[in-house]
Design a protein around this ligand. Structure first.
Ligand SMILES: Nc1ncnc2c1ncn2[C@@H]1O[C@H](COP(=O)(O)OP(=O)(O)OP(=O)(O)O)[C@@H](O)[C@H]1O
Ligand SMILES: Cc1cn([C@H]2C[C@H](O)[C@@H](COP(=O)(O)O)O2)c(=O)[nH]c1=O
Length: 196
């Protein structure tokens, strides 16, 4: 099972991944987490480029699109292997991030054609103002105008992809966590009504 958490910057993905992992493990499942961009060479280069003042220009976005796709491709064999060992793979972001942050969409789809489609995408939907407040502002993407477009792109994707579930990320971390558990529980035959 390949579960992905998506959302604009600061939506609470890493907080919720930790809580979800702990809860699934307490229910007897083996869980492995992964993060995009990775901490491998390409991922490190991406993190550096994200702080450049020209990171949102058309040319740099295409460059980043290619780098994100390459960084992601390295992870695909690892995900397959973990799944074959019956591990639940929870990922912080996926190719859907490229579809909403980079463009043009058809080209992004093409260069990500070998990326694995997640079984479930939990879209943490947060108000853009809250996102900007939560972020440190080190990356060029962390501004209200850019993230307003990204949030809309996510909602459009959620509408056209059945593997998406929208979670209201404006609530406190415990409420967000219980909403996520209720969404995930049926996949593993865990009692939904036992979640507080
Ligand atoms: N539900 C919540 N309510 C209020 N603050 C939260 C909530 N969830 C997370 N935070 C805080 O918001 C900040 C960003 O959270 P987190 O790192 O989990 O988000 P993220 O989506 O992984 O961020 P990024 O996209 O920047 O990696 C942290 O300071 C975290 O403590
Ligand atoms: C995978 C991926 C990520 N991004 C952007 C989204 C964020 O602004 C940063 C990643 O940092 P975070 O710690 O997850 O906030 O990169 C992107 O534009 N395209 C992608 O494919």
């Amino acid at each position: 099972m390949y579960i992905v958490l998506e959302g604009i910057d600061g939506a609470g993905k890493s907080t919720q991944i930790n809580l979800l992992k702990e809860w699934l493990e307490s229910n007897g499942l083996n869980v492995e987490t992964i993060v995009e961009p990775t901490d491998l060479e390409v991922g490190k280069l991406i993190r550096k480029l994200l702080t450049r003042s020209d990171a949102t220009t058309d040319t740099m976005q295409k460059t980043l699109g290619l780098l994100f796709a390459a960084d992601r491709l390295i992870l695909m064999d690892k995900i397959e292997k973990l799944e074959s060992e019956n591990r639940v793979v929870i990922s912080d972001r996926s190719f859907y991030s490229s579809l909403v942050y980079q463009k043009p969409q058809n080209w992004i789809k093409e260069i990500n054609k070998y990326a694995k489609i997640p079984d479930l995408v939990l879209l943490l939907d947060l108000d853009v103002k809250k996102s900007v407040e939560r972020c440190e502002g080190t990356d060029e993407f962390e501004n209200e105008e850019f993230l307003t477009g990204v949030k809309q792109n996510y909602l459009d994707l959620a509408r056209s992809n059945e593997n998406f579930k929208i979670i209201d990320a404006n609530n406190g971390p415990n409420k967000v966590s219980s909403d996520i558990k209720k969404t995930v529980a049926p996949l593993f035959d865990i009692c939904k009504d036992c979640i507080s």
